[in-house]
Design a protein around this ligand. Structure first.
Ligand SMILES: N[C@@H](CCC(=O)N[C@@H](CS)C(=O)NCC(=O)O)C(=O)O
Length: 229
């Protein structure tokens, strides 16, 4: 079986999928996609024009959540989804919280705040051709600022966004007050989804400082990392 993951190394959704595959003990190779490709040619391989997607023996599976469920059907053990219906529902809701809410905080922090963007935009475009790399520091923050404004977070002040972030991290700390993982005693897909976004948030100066103040959360991040690296 040949498993190829098309990805950006620094995308939280791609990190989530790499960890899913490692948890399932499935060998895979990665194919790094360039930013230029996502503007057009990538749609020939994945019509959504997004990463991550994987190709396994000619079959294309896109979207980190769909990939997780596909992997769970294909390799049921070790399980990533709880079998108890309540725990499974909580796992789903937390995964969606990570993918659809926390994601925008990491985008805001790493790419909208200029001092962080100066570090992350070159990383994002490191495999692109030179003209793309030259334009990216101007264009990428502008494009993402428009996306963030449409999403809503980009219309808030920095102070409000950081206050929101604190509330999310407090909720994460509260979830971890009951046990070692987010849903029960075992690591689940919820841990991988929330970890992937938290890790990217930690990649910004503000996120790193906010997480430093929450040792319960950073200890959980270490546990998840150890189990899936
Ligand atoms: N819901 C998708 C989200 C994937 C996603 O938004 N990927 C971003 C990179 S972090 C992307 O490919 N963006 C390119 C674009 O939107 O054109 C998943 O879970 O895989």
């Amino acid at each position: 079986m040949a498993l190829t993951l098309y990805q950006y190394d620094l995308s939280p959704f791609c990190d989530k999928v790499r960890r899913i595959l490692r948890f399932k003990k499935q060998p895979f190779v990665t194919e790094e996609v360039t930013l230029l490709e996502t503007l057009g040619p990538l749609r020939r391989k994945n019509p959504a024009g997004k990463v991550p997607f994987l190709i396994c023996d000619g079959e294309t599976v896109a979207d980190s959540t769909d990939i997780a469920h596909w992997a769970e059907r294909r390799w049921p053990e070790p399980a990533l989804l709880p079998s108890d219906p309540w725990a499974r529902a909580v796992c789903h809701v937390l995964e969606d919280w990570a993918d659809e809410s926390l994601y925008w905080y990491e985008v805001y922090l790493r790419f909208r705040l200029p001092h962080n963007a100066r570090r992350w935009v070159p990383e994002l475009t490191k495999n692109d051709v030179r003209p793309m790399r030259a334009m990216a520091p101007l264009v990428v923050p502008q494009v993402l600022a428009r996306t963030l404004a449409a999403q809503g977070l980009g219309r808030k002040t920095n102070e409000r966004v950081l206050a929101d972030l604190e509330r999310h991290l407090e909720a994460l700390e509260g979830l971890l007050s009951r046990g070692p993982f987010l849903v029960g005693e075992q690591l689940t897909l919820a841990d991988l989804a929330v970890f992937a976004q938290s890790f990217c948030i930690q990649g910004s100066d503000e996120g790193a400082r906010a997480l430093e103040r929450r040792p319960t959360v950073t200890a959980w991040m270490d546990r998840v990392d150890q189990a899936t690296r």
